[in-house]
Design a protein. Structure first.
Length: 142
């Protein structure tokens, strides 16, 4: 994980994100999977600060690790990725007869942050004054 710089600060914002096809149908195989993989990084073209670090498409859900700057909401970025991949899959006719009404992905998603060890951060915050005055040496593995 790398610290990134923005106009007015620095950040480390990586997220583990999971979403599913509507009705959790087992459709993420073959050409559907290939199409989604081919368009996963499209978001980086329009929002170059967003980085897709890793993804894994299972038969009925998608896992992704992404670095999203604080100026963007996670839900906004995930919404754009889902909208773009859905549009591509539907326009290619890959789910015709499986889904109707223009929906492909289920609404919503799961997200959690990926980052430093929680216990270490709590110690760092608790003892920061002593670290600053060099009373103790608290080593953080970053």
């Amino acid at each position: 994980m790398q610290t990134r710089l923005s106009g007015h600060g620095a950040y480390r914002h990586e997220y583990h994100i999971v979403w599913i096809p509507k009705y959790r149908k087992k459709v993420l195989t073959g050409r559907v999977k290939e199409s989604i993989e081919g368009h996963m990084r499209d978001i980086e073209r329009y929002h170059p600060e967003v980085r897709i670090l890793q993804w894994n498409i299972q038969i009925d859900h998608v896992h992704m690790v992404a670095e999203i700057p604080p100026k963007y909401g996670v839900s906004m970025i995930v919404g754009k990725i889902k909208a773009n991949t859905s549009r591509k899959v539907r326009s290619e006719g890959l789910v015709k007869g499986v889904y109707w009404g223009g929906a492909f992905w289920s609404p919503g998603f799961f997200s959690s942050t990926v980052g430093l060890d929680e216990e270490m951060i709590q110690k760092y915050v608790k003892y920061q004054e002593k670290v600053d005055t060099e009373e103790i040496n608290l080593k953080m593995e970053l």
